[in-house]
Each structure stands twice: as structure tokens, then as C-alpha cells.
Write a protein that binds this ligand. Structure first.
Ligand code: SF4
Length: 351
């Protein structure tokens, strides 16, 4: 049993017979007394829902913002990234399963007690521009995000979530004014994939992508392309057309390479040719910015001006070089670069 210091959860309501109804993510768990929800980090104690991760930070690192990945949000800046254990999904290909899955299996919820104030102090001390809620799934450490993000804004820092997009609208409404940018997974474009591979559903994710875009956060989308599961050209085209039509051509799409992991060791890494084809599909759909990640030697890492095609930013690993972006404008045609804080990166050779 976790310490009695664990705190009361937000976004739930009591039901009859000591049960509670969690309204934090689209599983909408009904949890009997003395049991936990599907995520394993929200527990009903005598008719009251508690979070087990309010201040249990399991991972804390200073990262380039490009690592989230966010390529159009204050490029070249640092973000203090944190996560707790637990996740509301059970993706068999999870690359962070040692952090995300143990609570779902009834194992201990590990982490250090760090206060919101200490996290924000650490970000300021490290000269970070933002704090990122990432590594596992920020939805399930919602209360910690609310605490830290409010303090971060007071100190002039921005807030980023990296999420599977399976939260509720209630969750997004609370986060609305606190979050500045998001990278949301669009893992596939079929209900079957979400149900059978992730233990979730597609529709809430599509709805949330539209809601998030409407909230005015800077939004980028990531798809991990897994051979034989979501690499069908028709499915990729449907994803690209959804992003273009429902979110907007300026929303960047990151195509990430699969590596065998967790319970999915039965298939090879994504072939470079598949990633190249997916990149073409994104561009043909009219997306301005399509990126290929988790692989070297494949084009699709640089940011080009969507008006004249001039290469503005070139990336290597998580490093970024500014080739032609001056005060946020393309040096060749004067077009404003799409994103937020694009003026924050100085032109190569200037300070
Ligand atoms: S966050 Fe989601 S998975 Fe966890 S208890 Fe609430 S509804 Fe269930």
C-alpha cells in the first residue's frame, strides 16, 4: 500500500456502493472500493479516489525540445522533462514499458517525492524555456501537471505535454490555459489497432486532436510506423488527410521508426523505404512539414520554408542549425515560419 501522503484525485465522482467513476481518461473506469483503475495509479479508498503519483517523479531530465519531438516550438531551447510511472494504455510495442506498465500489473509505484516548486526551480536553474510532461503518459499524472504547470507559468516557463491523446474533454479543459504545446500520438487509423494493440480506442484520440488544435496550443503529431500493422499506404494517406483536413496543413507530422520492444519482438525495424514512402504520402496530402525520426540517412529532418522551399533549419540528431531563418522569417522570401518562438533561434554566424 502506498503512503497516506498520496493525495486526493481530481475529475471523478462518487457512485453507489462505495464505487467511484473516474473522468480523467476515455476509459471512464468505474472503480470499486480498495481497487485501482486500469492505469494502476488511481485508487478508490472508501469511496474517495486518490492518485498515487501526485508527487512521485520517476524520471527527470533536461532535454532539447527537439527530442519531444517538437520541431516548430522555440527550436534550439531546452525543456525540463518529467514523468511518473503508469499509463492508461498497454501498447505492446511500448518503448518505455518499464516506466509505463508495472502499475497496471499491480506492481509498486516507484518515484521520488519532489514538490512542484522544486521542479520549477530546477527548470529555472537549468535555463530551460519549458517543462515537458512526458516519458509515460501525462494524463495519469494530471494533478502533478496542474500543480507544476501553474507554477511554471508564474515563473515565465512554458508547458508541453507529450501524450497518447486518450484523455477526456474534462481533462483538456482544465489543462487548456496551462499548456502551450503538445505532441500527440496518432498510433494508427483503425479502431482494431487501438483496441487490440493498445487497449484503447481511436475515436477519442481523433476528437482530442481537434479539441487540442482548437485550444490554441501548438500541436505536432507523431506516428510510429510498425511493419505490417499500420504501414498500409491507404491507412497512412487517411492519417495524413485527417491531419491536413481536420487540423491544418501547418501541423507537423513526425514519422518514427519502430524497433522491436516489450511484447512486440516478432517483427523487424521499419525499413527505410517504408519511411520514405510515408513521407511522400504526407507531402502529397499537402502537409507542409513531414519529418522522419529514429533513423539516420533518410531525408526528412530539415525544416523548409513552406512558401519557397528554402531550407530554414537543418537537424542532426537533436541538434539544430539555423540556415535561413531571420527573426522568424525566411531569409529568401520573407515568409513567416510556422510554429511558435521561431524567432528564438539565431541565424548561423550571428548571436
Ligand atoms: S485515468 Fe483512465 S485508466 Fe486511470 S482510473 Fe481514470 S479512467 Fe481509469
Amino acid at each position: 500500500m502506498d503512503s497516506p501522503l498520496d493525495d486526493k484525485a481530481m475529475l471523478w465522482k462518487p457512485l453507489q456502493n462505495g464505487k467511484v467513476h473516474c473522468r480523467l481518461c476515455s476509459h471512464y473506469c468505474v472503480i470499486p472500493d480498495a481497487q485501482r483503475g486500469l492505469c494502476g495509479v488511481r485508487e478508490n479508498r472508501e469511496g474517495v479516489l486518490f492518485t498515487l503519483v501526485r508527487d512521485k517523479v520517476a524520471a527527470l531530465h533536461l532535454d532539447p525540445v527537439e527530442k519531444k519531438p517538437l520541431y516548430h516550438f522555440y527550436p534550439g531551447t531546452k525543456t525540463l522533462s518529467l514523468g511518473t510511472m503508469g499509463c492508461n494504455l498497454s501498447c505492446s510495442f511500448c518503448q518505455n514499458f518499464s516506466l509505463s506498465q508495472p502499475p497496471r500489473q499491480g506492481k509498486a509505484v516507484m518515484g521520488e517525492r519532489v514538490t512542484a516548486g522544486e521542479i520549477v526551480d530546477a527548470a529555472v536553474h537549468a535555463s530551460a524555456s519549458s517543462i515537458s510532461y512526458t516519458y509515460s503518459e501525462p494524463t495519469i499524472f494530471f494533478e502533478l501537471v496542474v500543480d507544476v504547470a501553474a507554477r511554471a507559468h508564474e515563473r515565465g516557463l512554458m508547458n508541453i505535454i507529450v501524450s497518447n491523446g486518450f484523455q477526456t474533454r474534462d481533462c483538456l479543459e482544465v489543462w487548456g490555459p496551462l499548456i502551450d504545446a503538445a505532441n500527440i500520438d496518432l498510433k494508427a487509423f483503425t479502431e482494431d489497432f487501438y483496441k487490440n494493440i493498445c487497449g484503447a480506442g481511436l475515436k477519442p484520440v481523433l476528437d482530442n486532436l481537434k479539441t487540442i488544435h482548437g485550444l490554441g496550443w501548438w500541436l505536432e503529431v507523431t506516428t510510429l510506423i510498425i511493419p505490417g500493422l499500420n504501414d498500409d499506404p491507404g491507412e497512412l494517406r487517411a492519417m495524413a488527410e485527417f491531419i491536413h483536413g481536420e487540423l491544418g496543413p501547418e501541423v507537423p507530422w513526425h514519422l518514427s521508426r519502430f524497433h522491436p520492444s516489450h511484447a512486440m519482438n516478432d517483427r523487424p525495424p521499419t525499413p527505410p523505404e517504408t519511411l520514405r514512402n510515408a513521407w511522400e504520402i504526407g507531402k502529397q496530402a499537402g502537409l507542409h512539414h513531414v519529418y522522419v525520426g529514429n533513423i539516420s540517412g533518410v531525408a526528412g529532418e530539415q525544416t523548409d520554408c513552406h512558401e519557397c522551399g528554402t531550407t530554414l533549419l537543418r537537424r542532426s540528431g537533436f541538434g539544430v542549425r539555423n540556415l535561413a531563418l531571420e527573426n522568424g522569417l525566411c531569409r529568401n522570401c520573407g515568409q513567416k515560419a510556422e510554429g511558435r518562438g521561431m524567432e528564438s533561434i539565431s541565424l548561423e554566424g550571428r548571436t
